[in-house]
Design a protein around this ligand. Structure first.
Ligand code: VGL
Ligand code: ZN
Length: 239
C-alpha cells in the first residue's frame, strides 16, 4: 500500500511532467543579429487615430516598435503609397462602400476608404517613430490598378517590390514583422517572406489589426500554417 505522502509525491511528478517546458522556464530571449531585419509596416497617419483608415489602437504599436528597434542593426520600413483614384478605393467604384469586396483581374479586392495618397500628410510615417538607423523605405501600392498589401509582391502575385532581392543581397536570413495592420499588410508581408525563404517572426503586440469579417483570425491561421512564428516584444532581447 502506498502511504499518503507517496501518493502525493507521485501525483506531483505526474502533474509536473504534464506541463509544457515553456510553462516552467522562460524561453531564451531571441537576439537579433546582423542577418536579422525588422520590417516596420505602414505606421502611417492614415492608419492612426484621426486617419481615414484608422486601425483600432494603432498608436499603441509606436512605443513598442521604437523599443524593439533598438535591438536591430537592420530596419526597413514600408509606406502604403497609392495614386489618387487608386483601384482599392471604394470611392472609384460606383455603388460600392468601404469594406465591401469586388472582383478584379488578379482576384478579390477589399475596398477601402481613400488612404495613403502619395505626398499627402496621411501617407507620412508617424512623427512618433524613432528609428534613426532605418536603412530603407519601401513604397508599395503605387500602381493605380494593382493593390499591394505585401512589402514583397503586389496583389497580382508576380510584380515584385524588390525587397526580397535587397534583403538577400544584404545577407538577411530572418525578418521580424511589426506594424499595421496585422491582418492585411503585416500578414501578407509575413506570408510572402516565408515564400521567399526567410525565417519569419511576427511580433504580436507590435501590431494591431483591422479585423474585417474574421480577417484577423484567418490571418493568424494562415501565418501559423506557413510556419510564421508568433512572438511578443518581450521575447526579443533588449539591446
Ligand atoms: C493596409 C488596407 C489597405 C495595411 C493598407 O497597411 O494593412 N490595409 N491598405
Ligand atoms: Zn492601401
Amino acid at each position: 500500500m502506498l502511504n499518503r505522502r507517496q501518493i502525493l509525491a507521485a501525483l506531483g511528478t505526474t502533474a509536473l511532467a504534464s506541463l509544457a517546458p515553456s510553462m516552467l522556464f522562460a524561453a531564451a530571449p531571441i537576439k537579433p543579429d546582423d542577418s536579422s531585419a525588422l520590417l516596420v509596416i505602414d505606421v502611417q497617419n492614415c492608419f492612426l487615430p484621426g486617419g481615414s483608415l484608422a486601425v483600432k489602437e494603432g498608436e499603441q504599436v509606436v512605443p513598442v516598435i521604437n523599443r524593439i528597434a533598438k535591438a536591430f542593426s537592420n530596419v526597413v520600413m514600408t509606406q502604403d503609397w497609392h495614386t489618387p483614384g487608386h483601384v482599392s478605393f471604394a470611392s472609384v467604384h460606383s455603388g460600392k462602400k468601404p469594406f465591401e469586396t469586388i472582383d478584379l483581374p488578379y482576384g478579390k479586392q477589399v475596398l477601402w476608404p481613400d488612404h495613403c495618397v502619395q505626398g499627402t500628410d496621411g501617407a507620412s510615417l508617424s512623427k512618433d517613430l524613432s528609428i534613426p538607423q532605418a536603412e530603407l523605405i519601401i513604397r508599395k501600392g503605387f500602381h493605380k490598378d494593382v493593390d499591394s498589401y505585401s512589402a514583397f509582391l503586389e496583389a497580382d502575385g508576380k510584380t515584385t517590390t524588390g525587397l526580397a532581392a535587397y534583403l538577400n543581397s544584404r545577407k538577411i536570413k530572418r525578418v521580424f514583422v511589426a506594424g499595421l495592420a496585422t491582418d492585411f499588410c503585416v500578414a501578407w508581408t509575413a506570408l510572402d517572406a516565408r515564400k521567399a525563404g526567410f525565417e519569419v517572426y511576427v511580433v504580436e503586440d507590435a501590431c494591431r489589426g483591422i479585423d474585417n469579417q474574421g480577417s484577423l483570425a484567418k490571418a493568424w491561421a494562415d501565418m501559423a500554417k506557413a510556419g510564421v512564428k508568433r512572438i511578443q516584444s518581450a521575447d526579443i532581447a533588449s539591446a
